[in-house]
Design a binder for this molecule. Structure first.
Ligand SMILES: Nc1ncnc2c1ncn2[C@@H]1O[C@H](COP(=O)(O)OP(=O)(O)OP(=O)(O)O)[C@@H](O)[C@H]1O
Length: 318
């Protein structure tokens, strides 16, 4: 743990954040916290306000109202020393096409050297970083000759080269192949495990969120509509596991809190006649879609519940 961890109870604290582009309000009263060493994933449909939130936290965009503290300072007025503690991986990094990969990383890293401390040597060793992001073979190539996925790995390396205590990733795995995606997940785990970095990440990949997130915040139309662990969110909306079965050729489905007990009762009562039995745990995708639909149209959640009840197993129970 660094000194910062002792000093600052929350790495990021956002309270009543609002932002507008001209007349159009795109963040409305957003409040959440990110704790030290946590991986927080920000989810939400296109246009929900994720990038705007991240850019405000990075100090790249001004807010209209609300309190924001990142590593103890307001990012709108943060200094170079603060910036050296923060890593930013933007959605695309289009500059430096003529630079060679190693040369660019070494240069970017040198900018952080003045901010090294005994506890936090800076920058990250370039060879170790190239290996960590899987670009050792490309280290002498020019940036413009990299493939899209290799470029993305370089973006990640640039974001990490200063050994940041807090890293922002905006859709880091968009355009990566499955292997590169898996490598990236391993890298995030390393970054959090080995030097205790805190990560705030946006993604549209729910499996990725499920794998990496300690906590998930869902934004819809500029508002937070959910905040919790993956399990909490899955249970909150679907509530329960889903059991499906056929009885005398007719399909049934039911959400139940304890699938094992339900199945046991079902089979005890109907030894014969039950087939196609399936049990499915509430998934993050179910939770996400349920929460976003309910936020976009408040009746949707009620309708989803009504559909489930239409397959009432009371018929089976008789
Ligand atoms: N420079 C801009 N000028 C005007 N409106 C903007 C600007 N940038 C974003 N917006 C609008 O602000 C809203 C929030 O955009 P933002 O990029 O924060 O959403 P997002 O959740 O990151 O979306 P995505 O998943 O598509 O990246 C959207 O309605 C978008 O059209």
């Amino acid at each position: 743990m660094t000194e910062a961890a002792v000093r600052e109870p929350a790495v990021i604290a956002v309270d009543g954040l609002r932002m507008a582009y001209g007349e159009r309000e795109v963040l409305r009263d957003v409040s959440f916290e990110v704790r030290w060493g946590e991986v927080l994933v920000l989810l939400g449909p296109n246009g929900a306000g994720k990038s705007s939130t991240v850019e405000i936290l990075e100090g790249l965009r001004m807010r209209s109202a609300g309190h924001v503290t990142v590593l103890g300072l307001d990012p709108a007025h943060a200094d170079e020393r603060w910036r050296a503690r923060v890593g930013v991986v933007l959605q695309s990094w289009r500059d430096h096409a003529k630079w060679r990969v190693r040369e660019l990383l070494a240069y970017q890293g040198s900018l952080y050297a003045p901010f090294a401390t005994e506890r936090m040597p800076r920058p990250w060793d370039v060879d170790a970083l190239l290996a960590a992001v899987g670009l050792t073979e490309q280290s002498e190539q020019r940036v413009r000759a990299l493939s899209g996925g290799q470029r993305r790995r370089l973006d990640v390396a640039i974001g990490l080269v200063g050994r940041p205590e807090l890293v922002f990733f905006d859709e880091p795995t968009a355009g990566l192949d499955p292997e590169a995606r898996r490598d990236f997940h391993e890298l995030v785990r390393r970054v959090t495990r080995e030097f205790g970095a805190t990560v705030l990440m946006t993604t549209h990949d729910l499996a990725e969120a499920e794998q990496l997130a300690d906590r998930i915040v869902i934004l819809a139309d500029g508002r937070i509509v959910a905040d919790g662990t993956t399990d909490e969110l899955a249970r909150r909306i679907v509530g329960d596991d889903e059991v499906r079965w056929s009885f005398e050729g007719r399909p049934f489905a039911r959400h139940v809190p304890d699938a094992t007990a339900f199945v046991r009762r079902l089979l005890l009562r109907h030894e014969q006649g039950v087939s196609d039995l399936e049990v499915r745990r509430a998934s993050l995708e179910d939770a996400y879609l349920g929460i976003v639909r309910a936020a976009e149209s408040p009746d949707a959640g009620v309708r989803a519940g009504a559909e489930a009840d239409a397959h009432d197993p009371a018929e089976v129970g008789r």
